[in-house]
Design a protein around this ligand. Structure first.
Ligand SMILES: [Zn+2]
Length: 108
């Protein structure tokens, strides 16, 4: 399997070290399915995300979901990664991609 940015419009400049940790975890889980880790959006300023999106501060990435064989593998992958990253990260299956962000929760 390979890890790469979708094309040269995608930037991971300024990605937080917490997100690099998330990327290693995601890569490891994808390797279980023998699926390439293709980052489709990082911190690039040109990308269209919601105002205030964590992408712009280097706290979020999107990556390709279409290479999974079926939906249940996607759900298995989601639970694997969520379990490993813990509650300070959010991982969401969007319509066309996975979105992962570092979202530390308040300690109680
Ligand atoms: Zn995103």
């Amino acid at each position: 399997m390979k890890t790469y940015l979708k094309d040269d419009t995608v930037s991971i400049d300024g990605l937080s070290h917490q997100m690099f940790f998330a990327c290693m975890t995601i890569r490891d889980a994808l390797s279980f399915f023998d699926i390439d880790f293709v980052i489709t959006s990082g911190s690039e300023k040109e990308a269209r995300h919601m105002v205030g999106s964590k992408h712009y501060s280097g706290e979020a990435i999107d990556f390709r979901s279409r290479d999974f064989d079926n939906h249940s593998d996607k759900l298995m992958f989601l639970s694997m990664v969520k379990h490993r990253l813990g509650c300070d990260y959010d991982l969401v299956l969007e319509e066309t991609h996975f979105h992962c962000e570092h979202d530390p929760k308040e300690a109680r």
